[in-house]
Design a protein around this ligand. Structure first.
Ligand code: 13P
Length: 252
């Protein structure tokens, strides 16, 4: 049985006070959702303060990106070891905004993924098609290519430590959520890819989150699909009640 996992991707929002208040507000109520894993992913500069604000709670801490290199002359970059050092358990990799705006390739995502695994972080690896790709009937192919490239060289032992987030790009920040059936179809395909590459036991263990305009009022219908194991939430993760409303949709 896969434990539902709801993570908030705060993107480049909030100031220090707002980040601490949001994290503390979620942490205070996290125990109301004992059957769900919860995490927040603030901007790098607030990780330390948010980590302190949620200490002692069941709420996990994650980052939104990292550098594939372990250390050295990489001005402006943050390593996996720095993330674990400030208490991160998770790191989001290959978000569509990083792929589209910062031109991260599957090979870049793969290097970061291997570095994150080596540092004992749990990577949340994002995949998802553009609207034009969906309209051209290429969703399955695009997601399969992202999966193959991003997870190249990942062993079975490493794979079970990963989380995948299916985020159709056309549903991110648009209010246009994928229907539960559209999302479930891709999640099922992804689990099938894991089964072919590894085996069914491993495919059954991997949590696949859905992301893209998840809100409290659509969370339950998405999360009740057999292959949707959680959500990666953008906009609705910036309000305590909205984020926990989504968590409520995952609570059994
Ligand atoms: P929204 O929930 O704002 O659509 O963002 C989704 C997302 O990109 C999470 O990583």
């Amino acid at each position: 049985m896969r434990r539902p996992f709801i993570a908030g991707n705060w993107k480049m929002h909030l100031d220090r006070g707002g980040a601490v208040a949001l994290a503390a507000g979620i942490a205070r109520r996290a125990a109301e959702f004992p059957s769900v894993d919860l995490a927040v992913c603030p901007p790098f500069v607030y990780l330390d303060a948010v980590g302190a604000a949620i200490a002692g709670s069941s709420l996990g801490l994650g980052a939104q990106n990292m550098c594939a290199e372990p250390q050295g002359a990489f001005t402006g970059e943050i390593s996996a070891a720095m993330l674990t050092n400030v208490g991160c358990k998770y790191v989001i990799l290959g978000h569509s905004e990083r792929r589209a705006i910062y031109k991260e390739s599957n090979a870049d995502v793969n290097r970061k993924l291997l570095a994150a695994l080596a540092a004992q972080l749990t990577p949340i690896v994002c995949v998802g098609e553009l609207l034009s790709e969906r309209e051209a009937g290429r969703t399955k192919e695009v997601v399969a290519e992202q999966f193959a490239g991003s997870f190249a060289g990942v062993s079975a032992e490493q794979m079970v430590r990963c989380v995948i987030a299916y985020e159709p790009v056309w549903a991110i920040g648009t209010g246009k959520v994928a229907t539960p059936e559209q999302a479930e179809e891709v999640h099922r395909d992804l689990r099938g890819l894991i089964e072919v590459r590894y085996n069914s036991g491993i495919a059954d263990q991997i949590r696949i989150q859905y992301g893209g305009s998840v809100k409290p009022d659509n969370a339950k219908s998405l999360l009740s699909q057999p292959n949707i194991d959680g959500a990666l939430v953008g906009g609705a993760s910036l309000k305590v009640d909205d984020f926990l409303g989504i968590a409520a949709g995952a609570q059994s």
